[in-house]
Design a protein around this ligand. Structure first.
Ligand SMILES: *Cc1c(COP(=O)(O)O)cnc(C)c1O
Length: 382
């Protein structure tokens, strides 16, 4: 499959270090009180890393549950033999209810149509569908909006034979250093809603809310279970408010220089002649581009690492190739360049590139396309 296969057929590839992911899981676990469960978020191909090996590494580290966004992502993990509980975070098309149940995927519910479809499919298969109820406390994305609605949905689940395995909400703060009062209001709304269910004699199952930001901010957000994503992959959800935790980015992107041109001042580079060399320059070509997930605008300030020296991406990134200025290096054709480095703070680190392109680590990670082979390692680097 796409793990490892093809790594020898392309001069551009991704290395995923599973030991770094395990290290991050241990760091996060150390922040939890005993008994608090961890549900690892492996959606979007484990944030671009590779979901099956990542999930196995996390489960080996004692992570209790997994979550993904789509049914396809859940089915892929089941097909690989992963048996841990898997929660689908997104809404699902009613036609897929049988697939969900047949694959023992836990479903997020907040509306009657979902419950009806699940109950029908459950009867057809002779199985009891597992659900987590979702409460919208401020994202305005998914979930019931009032306690009355929650009570109706929960009672409907029970009367239709669905098993309520959990209840959750999602915090709006993530990459922003948002004022905690908003999050505290979300938490209070959520806890009141859970209390209302309990008062009605309904067991809500596992109660959870915290993403990475919530996990790192305060134990008051941890509840019964946390749902970290980005921190497991080694990135702080809000790099501006803290690198105190020694998270270790797990992914690097490499490419070999396939050509170097020695050009005079005034030479233009790439589509639209968007870059012009100010002086005599050495322009190297790397065989990866925006079809591989490198943003087309990366020439506006992103750097790569060439043998320990920073080299800027110049001109517009093409679909399959990009150019870098290696004038200040002794780079040669065939040399390996680090396009996204794992080490924080180094030239060409994924976080540095996210910062200059005014985006977040999440987006650069998830954009890395299936075309780039993933090479999985288990190195112990400390
Ligand atoms: C993606 C996601 C998470 C993980 O968020 P991070 O910021 O990556 O930790 C948790 N919960 C839900 C509902 C999500 O969609």
């Amino acid at each position: 499959m796409w793990v490892d296969a093809g790594a020898r057929q392309r001069d551009a590839w991704i290395v995923v270090d599973l030991e770094s992911i395990r290290h991050n899981a241990r760091l996060l676990r150390a922040k939890l009180a005993p008994g608090v469960r961890m549900m690892a978020c492996v959606k979007a191909y484990a944030y671009g890393h590779e979901p099956v090996e990542t999930a196995r590494a996390l489960l080996a580290e004692g992570v209790e549950e997994l979550c993904v966004a789509t049914i396809e992502e859940g089915v892929l993990l089941r097909a690989a033999g992963i048996r841990a509980p898997i929660l689908i975070l997104g809404a699902f098309p009613c036609e897929s209810a049988e697939t969900l149940i047949a694959n023992d995927l836990t479903v997020t519910v907040f509306a009657e149509t979902h419950i009806t479809a699940l109950a029908k499919a459950g009867r057809a298969l002779g199985l009891s569908p597992k659900v987590h109820l979702k409460v919208d406390t401020g994202m305005t994305r998914l979930g019931v909006r009032t306690e009355d609605e929650l009570l109706d949905v929960a009672q409907l689940c029970i009367s239709r034979g669905l098993f309520i395995a959990g209840i959750y909400t999602h915090f709006a703060f993530a990459d922003e250093a948002l004022d905690e009062t908003f999050t505290d209001r979300q938490l209070a709304m959520f806890q009141n809603a859970v209390a209302r269910l309990r008062a009605a004699g309904i067991d809500p199952g596992v109660v959870h809310a915290a993403n990475s930001a919530g996990l790192l901010r305060s134990p008051s957000y941890h509840l019964d279970m946390v749902r970290p994503g980005i921190a497991l992959y080694g990135y702080h959800p809000a790099p501006q408010w803290g690198q105190a935790l020694a998270l270790r980015p797990a992914l690097s992107v490499y490419a070999r220089i396939v050509r170097i041109a020695d050009v005079p001042a005034g030479t233009s580079v790439g589509y639209g002649c968007a870059y012009t060399c100010a002086g005599a320059s050495r322009i190297a070509t790397l065989p990866l581009g925006y079809a591989d997930g490198i943003p087309r605008a990366a020439g506006r300030g992103a750097q790569v690492d060439v043998g320990g020296r920073a080299a800027p991406i110049v001109g517009r990134v093409c679909m399959d190739q990009l150019m870098i200025d290696v004038t200040e290096t002794d780079a040669r054709v065939g040399d390996v360049v680090q396009v996204y480095g794992a080490a924080l703070g180094c030239a060409g680190s994924l976080q540095a590139t996210a910062d200059v392109l005014e985006t977040i680590s999440y987006e650069l990670l998830c954009r890395l396309s299936m075309r780039l082979p993933r090479v999985i390692t288990h190195s112990v680097t400390d």
